[in-house]
Ligand binder design. Structure first.
Ligand code: URA
Length: 210
């Protein structure tokens, strides 16, 4: 993957995203759409994974058949909203290893602070896909990627549903080696740090909280 930002403009992705943005969409439908869209985004972010072959026997004859090369992927959910994307991606890549990064924003310094970090071993040998639906300021995403790099990851991709230009710029500055795949590059952040037009608070919409 070479482009820093890939926007998946597939009609199914865009249609489902519109339904998710609509404030009248229920929690249950929002969650189902997120699951479906995350699989379409995962298809795109895994498009150029390295392949090798393996000898198998079909019922008719032996063949050299294509399989994914290398250690199993690591999917890293950035809590809590990342879990909504994680579920769908994991259905598509069930053998992936899974990790979690929890960050909150310190109210005084406004800097992200780590409260949870548990990731698969041998991150240095794996393709790592970090998932978080909303790339807003990019501060917590960049901090999460810092933590993954400190844990040994060298081959990281970032999957989100919506991105703001500010977040993309922050990630490009901090982690130019980390390609981003998203369904939409929205207009901007508002004064409260929400993506506009956006879809509101992704965690609240998927978990039914306020
Ligand atoms: N996080 C969200 O859930 N929504 C936004 O718009 C920005 C950050």
């Amino acid at each position: 993957m070479t482009d820093h930002l890939t926007i998946v403009d597939h009609p199914l992705v865009q249609h489902k995203l519109t339904l998710m943005r609509d404030q009248t969409t229920s929690t249950a439908v929002f969650r189902q759409l997120l699951r479906e869209i995350s699989q379409l985004l995962a298809y795109e972010i895994t498009r150029n994974l390295p392949m090798t072959t393996q000898t198998i026997d079909t019922p008719l004859q032996p063949m050299e058949a294509p399989v994914l090369e290398g250690k199993k992927l690591a999917l890293i959910s950035i809590l809590r909203a990342g879990n909504g994307l994680l579920d769908g991606v994991l259905e598509l890549i069930p053998s992936a290893r899974v990790g979690f990064v929890g960050l909150y924003r310190d109210e005084v310094t406004l800097q992200p602070v780590q409260y949870y970090f548990k990731v698969p071993e041998n991150l240095e040998d794996r393709l790592v896909i970090a998932v978080d639906p909303m790339l807003a300021t990019g501060n917590s995403s960049a901090a999460a990627i810092d933590l993954l790099k400190n844990a040994g990851a060298t081959n990281i991709r970032f999957l989100c549903l919506l991105a703001a230009p500010e977040g993309v710029a922050r990630m490009k500055e901090a982690h130019p080696d980390v390609p981003i795949v998203t369904a939409s590059l929205d207009e901007k952040l508002n004064e409260k740090g929400y993506i506009v037009p956006g879809l509101g608070d992704a965690g609240d919409r998927m978990f039914g909280t306020k």
